[in-house]
Write a protein that binds this ligand. Structure first.
Ligand code: CAA
Length: 259
């Protein structure tokens, strides 16, 4: 994991990992190399049974200022189509391990989309969100028009995608895009603490909780509830359900084995 050029990856706690975007000179603009590295690093962490939660972050100034405009500028339709440009990002949304985005500064275009690909989105009070692609003569390409609309509704999604204006952290939290806003100095500690909390849960059960919530975006209410019910029944096949409920009855902390 040391041969990455555009990211750093480190183990942070018992069962957590931190991935930091590291292209400071380009405000973490997401070129194809960043995409490949983020996807391969997170997929490797996803396969590691000792990792229960992954935090993604950028710098204080920029989570990521978007896809790399200079890399895209000369591309033509056939280049984009034949390489299926950006499609590898979808794999981030398909990770089974819970992910936390810790966003400070710019989260624009692909940066906002990257944050929305994560499960829990924490923002510093300096965070700035937007889908300003329209100002470049393009539209979002990593799911922004879909995930932003599901997160904040049509009113703000249309506003942001059509005018290119940005939202500050307060507006983003009010709109339901982010789950918590914290002081910029507290962002990483808070994100790592959230990750520790999640990673302290039963991993298979956390995976099922994630899968159930994500299902809400893919199906009808009745089917989603049925899907949840089946997973709810399935958790009773885990040792961790026995342990979690026994620990409650015994008034002690559970000792999950992640099985
Ligand atoms: N792509 C490539 N390079 C970028 C970049 C991007 N998205 N964002 C910033 N950079 C580069 C700048 O070109 C600059 O490089 P040089 O020093 O070589 O000139 C460097 O990062 C620092 O940026 P600025 O000097 O512009 O920094 P600033 O503090 O003055 O402004 C900013 C910050 C307002 C975020 C500004 O950089 C900006 O507007 N960036 C572009 C934001 C944007 O349009 N994002 C959407 C991209 S399209 C997209 O993401 C498509 C999609 O849906 C996937």
């Amino acid at each position: 994991a040391t041969d990455y050029r555009t990211i750093t990856v480190e183990r942070t706690g018992d069962r957590t990992a931190l991935l930091t975007l590291n292209r400071p000179k380009a405000l973490n603009a997401l070129n194809l190399q960043v995409m490949d590295e983020v996807v391969s690093a997170t997929e490797a962490l996803d396969r590691d049974p000792d990792i229960g939660c992954i935090v993604l972050t950028g710098s204080t100034k920029a989570f990521a200022a978007g896809a790399d405009i200079k890399e895209m500028q000369p591309q033509g339709y056939m280049d984009m189509y034949l390489t299926d440009w950006f499609t590898a990002w979808d794999r981030l949304g398909n990770l089974r391990t819970p992910t936390v985005a810790a966003v400070s500064g710019y989260a624009l275009g692909g940066g906002c989309e990257l944050a929305m690909l994560c499960d829990i989105l924490l923002a510093s009070d300096t965070a700035v969100f937007g889908q300003p692609e329209i100002k470049l003569g393009v539209i979002p390409g990593i799911g922004g028009s879909q995930r932003l609309t599901r997160a904040v509704g049509k009113a703000k999604a249309m506003d942001l995608c059509l005018t290119g204006r940005t939202m500050d952290a307060v507006e983003a939290e009010r709109a339901g895009l982010v789950s918590r806003v914290v002081a910029v100095d507290d962002l990483l500690p808070e994100a790592l603490a959230v990750a520790e909390t999640v990673a302290g849960m039963s991993k298979p059960v956390a995976m099922m909780a994630k899968e159930a919530v994500n299902r809400a975006f893919e199906t009808t209410l009745a089917e989603g509830v049925r899907f949840e019910r089946r997973l709810f029944h399935a958790v009773f096949a885990t040792a961790d359900q026995k342990e979690g409920m026994s620990a409650f009855a015994d008034k002690r902390a559970p000792d999950f084995t992640h099985r």
